[in-house]
Ligand binder design. Structure first.
Ligand SMILES: NC(=O)c1ccc[n+]([C@@H]2O[C@H](COP(=O)([O-])OP(=O)(O)OC[C@H]3O[C@@H](n4cnc5c(N)ncnc54)[C@H](O)[C@@H]3O)[C@@H](O)[C@H]2O)c1
Length: 455
């Protein structure tokens, strides 16, 4: 059997690698139109950082795992084609800013139709608006089609930073199909593939629309928990309640549970915002205004949380940041990834530059992406991987990614070479507040009252 992934990104690359490692008798080919990306997948420096990925790629590459730009050839020979291309938010025309841009999808479907010389199973791996499979089925099984195509939905629930572990030990694998004879047969083939390493009871089969909608819903619920706790963090800062104590108290309620209850500067990543706005757009399309407004407010709180942090800096640093050096520790949207897409650090850097602050950025894995993200901005920005170098002469530290290394920095050493009074804003609540205050910092963490050496 030949399995092909179209799209060698954060989803396609790790997913095909884990599949290849678990199914040695199957040949896997990952294709992409981006030559640089494919070159990187075939080199020592993979295009993305994920713990455990390097080893798995090395073990399987050029055995039963191949990376190529020859998209059409691979598709022609494939029995199962997973489509994991990007589905960004539309930036033009109707639905701009909300709807998913499906142009890559449609192009992919038409290409599959044109090059195929055998029947195939096409799997939606990307996150898509509910009802996309309908359009896929219409294109692929049009009058022009000489072969039969079954469409399945198999959304990916991996989280960046823990992708390999999530793929090896998923909470569940979701497979949706049309509920006719062909659809159910195709679904069974995918179930058998996953059974090579996933316990049967964790493989969930549904109708195709439930599967498409479940992925958008899962992301909306996860983001909603972050916005909910962040909304309460604002109230904590006003009332001297402590968000960590509140989180613990509510998280011990088994009806609520303790995951995704950490207050922070806000969520980032390529998916949450895009998928919620897409859910809101779909709801509006079906005339469900209240539903759309409800979900959109999750994104609004996320924007508010970032603005609030910059306002807090401004208010406490004597109402001006102009000419002051702010050292940002962490640019990735979360720890253990080099991905900076929609990272809170991007919009916060922009806001700080608008205040004419001087920005020094440090990150162990994301500096190259940060440089690209900020390439068009005017203002003073420097990039230094070493946090000690980056913080020399800074007026304030600003922690935006929860990298482990930032928990154990020598804050005394950093304090000693900073301007005074020295400020520390911790957007991820990872530092020892009291210890840093005792060193001399004025300390501000999300959802807790400030520790200041002045009124
Ligand atoms: N990143 C995540 O954590 C995550 C998790 C679950 C689901 N998803 C979803 O998976 C999908 C892919 O996300 P990603 O983060 O891997 O995106 P990505 O941008 O990292 O990768 C997509 C790749 O598809 C390639 N591509 C685009 N059009 C192509 C075409 N016509 N032929 C061949 N290659 C093509 C691009 O060059 C790119 O390398 C999205 O729908 C996303 O919402 C992402």
């Amino acid at each position: 059997m030949n399995i092909v992934f179209i799209g060698a990104g954060y989803v396609g690359g790790p997913t095909i690698t884990v599949m290849a490692s678990k199914c040695p008798e199957i040949q896997f080919t990952c294709v992409d139109i981006n030559q640089d990306r494919i070159n990187a997948w075939n080199s020592k420096e993979l295009p993305i950082y994920e713990p455990g990925l390097d080893d798995l790629v090395k073990k399987n590459r050029n055995k039963n795992l191949f990376f190529s730009t020859n998209v059409e050839e691979a598709v022609k020979n494939g029995d199962i084609i997973f489509v994991s291309v990007n589905t960004p938010t539309k930036t033009f025309g109707k639905g701009a800013g909300y709807a998913a841009n499906l142009e890559y999808w449609e192009k992919t479907a038409r290409m599959i139709l044109d090059v195929s010389t055998s029947n195939k199973i096409i799997v939606e791996k990307s996150t898509l608006p509910v009802k996309t499979a309908d359009a896929m089925a219409r294109i692929l099984n049009s009058d022009k089609a000489k072969y039969h195509f079954d469409i399945l939905s198999n959304p990916e629930f991996l989280a960046e930073g823990t992708a390999i572990n999530d793929l090896l030990h998923p909470d569940r694998v979701l497979i949706g199909s049309f509920e006719n004879e062909n659809g159910i047969k195709a679904r069974q083939k995918l179930v058998e593939l996953y059974q090579n390493w996933v316990p049967k009871e964790k493989i969930l089969t549904t109708n195709i629309w439930s599967s498409e909608l479940s992925k958008l819903t899962a992301n909306a619920f996860l983001a909603q928990r972050i916005s909910s706790i962040n909304a309460i963090s604002a109230l904590c800062e006003e009332t001297d309640a402590n968000i960590e104590e509140v989180s613990k108290a509510i998280g011990m309620d088994t009806r609520i549970g303790n995951k995704f209850l950490k207050a922070s500067v806000g969520f980032g990543g390529s998916c949450f915002k895009k998928d919620i706005l897409n859910l809101a757009y779909l709801s509006r399309h079906y005339g469900l205004t209240e539903v759309a407004d409800y979900w959109e407010s999750v994104v609004n709180i996320n924007e508010y949380q970032k603005e609030r942090l910059v306002d807090r800096m401004l208010n406490n640093m004597f109402r001006t940041l102009s000419g002051k050096k702010i050292c940002i520790l962490g640019f990735a949207f979360k720890a253990n990834t080099s991905d900076t897409r929609e990272s809170p650090a991007i919009s916060i850097t922009k806001k700080l530059l608008e205040e004419r602050a001087e920005i020094s950025i440090s990150d162990p894995k994301a500096i190259e992406n940060a440089k690209k993200d900020l390439a068009d901005l005017e203002g003073k920005i420097s990039f230094t991987e070493d946090p000690y170098e980056a913080s020399k002469g800074a007026h304030s530290l600003l922690i935006l990614t929860e990298w482990d290394i930032y928990k154990d920095l020598d804050y005394q050493k950093i304090y000693d070479h900073m301007e005074k009074p020295a400020f520390l804003f911790d957007g991820r609540s990872i530092i020892d507040r009291q210890k840093c205050y005792d060193i001399g910092f004025n300390v501000f963490t999300i959802g807790t009252s400030s520790l200041k050496h002045f009124d």
